[in-house]
Design a protein around this ligand. Structure first.
Ligand code: G3P
Length: 216
C-alpha cells in the first residue's frame, strides 16, 4: 500500500514527503505544464526532494519508436523512474519492447477492464485507471478498480494498480480497502485524509488538562 502525489509542484511534494506518508510522485503533460519549467528540470527537481521517490514521467510521442526512445532517455535519469505510456495500440507495442529491456512502465489513461488486461498482457508493471474522470461522467471508477483487481488476482497477473484522478479523501480509503496497490492524489486530498475534527478536539483537551498537572 503506497501513497503517491499527483503533482510536479515542488513545495507540494516537499510538504507531502515531510508527512512521512508519500513514496512516489506521478506526473503527466498537463501537470508539467503548470510549473513553467522544462520537463527535465521538473523531473530533476522532484528527484532532488527525496532520492528514494518513485517518479512517474510520461512520454509525448504517439508512435512506438518515439515512445521507446523517450522512455529509454527517461530511464537513464534514474532507476526510480517509471515511464508512463498511453494505452494505445502503439503504446502497447512500446510497453512490450520496454518490458523486455526491464524498463518499468505504467499504462496510463486506463478507462476499461479490457485496456487494463491488454496492458498487463503486454508487460506493463502498473496500470493507472482514472477513477475521478469516470465518476465525472457518471460511470463507476471504484467499480472498475474492483474489477481489475479481481481479474488480475484470478489470472495471477503481477501488474499493479495505481488509482489516479482522485476527487475526494473518501475515495482513498475505499480504493485501498478494495485492494488498490497505490493511490496517487493531489496534496489537498492527502491533508484531508490526515485530518479529523475529533483528533483536533482531543488534542486541545489533552493540552488544557495538562495545564492542571502540578509542575515537578
Ligand atoms: O494521474 C492522472 C491524473 O493526473 C488525472 O487527474 O484530475 O486531471 O482527472 P485529473
Amino acid at each position: 500500500m503506497k501513497i503517491f502525489l499527483d503533482t510536479a509542484n515542488i513545495e507540494e511534494i516537499r510538504n507531502g514527503v515531510a508527512t512521512g506518508t508519500v513514496s512516489g510522485v506521478t506526473t503527466n503533460p498537463s501537470i508539467i505544464s503548470k510549473e513553467n519549467k522544462t520537463f527535465r528540470k521538473c523531473i530533476d527537481d522532484i528527484m532532488a526532494v527525496d532520492t528514494e521517490l518513485t517518479v512517474l514521467a510520461e512520454v509525448i510521442a504517439e508512435d512506438k519508436d518515439g515512445m521507446i526512445e523517450e522512455a529509454l532517455n527517461l530511464s537513464r535519469i534514474s532507476d526510480n523512474i517509471v515511464v508512463k505510456i498511453p494505452i494505445t495500440v502503439e503504446g502497447l507495442a512500446a510497453i512490450k519492447v520496454l518490458s523486455r529491456k526491464r524498463i518499468q512502465t505504467t499504462a496510463t489513461l486506463i478507462f476499461s477492464l479490457n485496456q487494463a488486461i491488454a496492458a498487463s498482457c503486454a508487460g506493463a508493471d502498473y496500470v493507472a485507471p482514472f477513477v475521478g474522470r469516470l465518476d465525472d461522467i457518471n460511470a463507476d471508477g471504484l467499480g472498475l478498480i474492483k474489477l481489475i483487481k479481481k481479474t488480475f488476482a484470478i489470472q495471477n497477473m503481477k501488474t499493479r494498480i495505481i488509482a489516479a484522478s482522485l476527487r475526494s479523501p473518501q475515495a482513498v480509503a475505499e480504493l485501498f480497502s478494495e485492494g488498490c496497490d497505490i493511490v496517487t492524489m493531489p496534496g489537498k486530498i492527502l491533508y484531508a485524509m490526515l485530518k479529523h475534527p475529533l483528533t483536533n478536539a482531543g488534542l486541545k483537551k489533552f493540552n488544557e488538562d495538562w495545564q492542571k498537572v502540578p509542575n515537578e
